[in-house]
Ligand binder design. Structure first.
Ligand code: TXE
Length: 483
């Protein structure tokens, strides 16, 4: 298989890393190297920053309609290349092509289109304080900002960050995950194809420790939007503490999926399966702690197992497959280590990997079947730490107050899904649960106008809608007296 060489995208051009160092990139479904990406260093980051600085005055002084035009052009380019991008993302991540077609690439397009529209609707407040005094708020773009994105939804999360930053008038240096660089590289090619203004968006590839750290700690970076692991988020916050940058951190989750006996049983089972195992459980919003009311617990576990057996695990490029490979050998080893831990903690694993049949092409790939664990208490590590793989635990509860206590007994607070037909209980639970996002009788339904993000160890700052654009601005109040 030929190995593709990926380049950085700086000042409107594709360029190799200045040190000529590359990293191998492996296709998770086959375990084979298929591309190499720049191992960028401080020099590459400086070059990208210079380009972003140079482009800032012109980009920030365009009127919103002109910025909207460019974002819409990029959205259109994604739509025109939807199938090519879906195949690339499936190859890069190991996730089923049916998912990259229907979710990832579609949502990447939607992000750009949404913020293309938002750019023209963005407004700020004014207050008539008394008949001769007016206060108004100026929201001004910051300058070059950093967008650091992870491997689980590469193009979707990259665009989720760059779109509001660009719409608000900033220029961007983005660093995609070194584990999944391919679609970001293809996006830079699309930028070149449509003549996107040089230096407005720059994409630097490489490791977090080298390229990522050089970018986030750079004095010229005014804001950082980061999605990734909680420990990385803390490291970035600590490293930049004295630089007074704006920081938004979207970190991990260990989300409760709570099922009351009065729910719509079939729909709850179906969605619990989807919430636990979509993208092989590698979504920060996955429902990985399932709590079921005791009167329906046995039936629910049996129905879950039946539904899990129907999941078609296999080569992600096969459109009939709905469960693919984990993202890397390291990540598979990490997830597997949690299965050993769960057993040591007294848990019973209800599924097995032994009957997994894979096509020859995938024999060296990183596959693990969807796994359900019972018999663990809430305090054990398997229930407290983010596993970020196709592994869910299931516990029973006997009352609303008990399940609320169990759900909130977690360092994380990203999302929760609550299943009940009791309206009062739905409102009470939604209000009392410690999570930034609550879904009632649904999961993963998104409206891009709503704030997105978590509490506690799941992060700080809310992204989404105008909130996301406001994050990328400096807010200044002007008070005028004209007596
Ligand atoms: O993410 P990292 P990893 C969780 C999940 C996973 C764990 C670690 O539990 O097992 O995090 O995953 C860049 N300065 N999530 O190690 O390292 C890095 O290059 C600046 C949850 O892959 O946090 C990449 O671009 N940047 C999550 C990005 O940070 C740095 C999605 C994320 O990588 C850096 C992914 C540094 N010092 C993993 N170190 C979610 N919330 O969706 C790394 N990076």
């Amino acid at each position: 298989m030929s190995v593709i060489t990926l380049d950085n995208y700086i000042n409107g051009k594709l360029c190799p890393p200045t040190n000529d160092q590359y990293l191998d990139n492996v296709q998770p479904a086959t375990g084979q190297v298929y591309s190499r990406l720049p191992q960028s260093n401080e020099q590459d980051v400086n070059n990208a920053l210079q380009a972003a600085q140079k482009a800032f005055p012109q980009w920030s002084s365009l009127n919103p309609g002109e910025r909207s035009h460019w974002l819409q052009k990029l959205a259109d380019a994604i739509a025109d290349n939807h199938e090519m991008l879906a195949q690339a993302e499936s190859k890069d991540t190991g996730k089923p092509i049916q998912l990259t077609r229907t979710v990832d690439i579609q949502r990447a397009h939607d992000n750009l289109r949404f913020f293309a529209h938002a750019a023209t609707q963005f407004s700020s407040e004014s207050h008539a304080t008394n008949p001769r005094t007016i206060n108004y708020t100026l929201r001004q773009p910051l300058g070059p900002v950093a967008c650091i994105s992870p491997w689980n939804l590469p193009l979707y999360l990259l665009t989720w960050k760059i779109a509001p930053a660009l719409a608000a008038g900033n220029t961007v240096v983005a660093k995609p995950s070194e584990v999944t660089p391919y679609t970001a590289y293809l996006l830079s090619q699309l930028c070149i194809d449509i003549g996107f203004p040089a230096g407005v968006l720059n994409i630097v590839h490489g490791t977090g420790q080298q390229a990522g750290a050089a970018l986030t700690t750079h004095d010229d970076i005014k804001a950082i939007s980061f999605t990734g692991g909680t420990e990385t988020g803390i490291a970035i916050k600590q490293a930049t503490l004295r630089q007074h940058k704006k920081i938004s951190l979207e970190l991990g989750g260990k989300n409760p999926f709570i099922v009351f006996a009065d729910c719509d049983f079939k729909q709850a089972v179906e969605t619990a399966c989807r919430a636990a195992f979509s993208n092989q459980g590698q979504i920060c919003l996955c429902g990985s702690r399932i709590y079921v009311e005791d009167s329906i617990y046995d039936d629910f576990v049996a129905a879950m197992i039946e539904r899990m057996k129907q999941l078609n695990v296999g080569d992600p490029i096969d459109p009939k497959v709905d469960f693919g490979a984990l993202v890397s050998a390291n990540h598979l080893a990490k997830v597997q280590s949690y299965l050993d831990l769960a057993k040591a903690e007294g848990g019973e694993i209800l599924t097995t990997n032994q009957d997994l049949e894979l096509p020859i092409r995938c024999q060296e790939g990183y596959f693990l079947k969807p796994t359900l664990i019972i018999g663990l208490n809430n305090q054990c590590r398997s229930n407290q730490e983010e596993i970020f793989g196709p592994v869910a635990t299931i516990q029973k509860f006997s009352s609303q107050s008990e399940v609320l206590q169990l759900a909130n007994d977690s360092p994380y607070g990203l999302a929760a899904s609550i299943w009940t037909n009791d309206l009062k209980r739905a409102h009470q639970m939604s209000s009392d649960i410690e999570a930034g996002i609550v879904w009632v009788n649904c999961w993963l339904l998104r409206d891009l106008r709503t704030p997105f993000g978590g509490m506690k160890a799941s992060g700080m700052g809310r992204e989404g809608g105008f909130e996301a654009m406001r994050f990328f601005t400096e807010c200044k109040n002007v008070c005028i007296n004209y007596r």
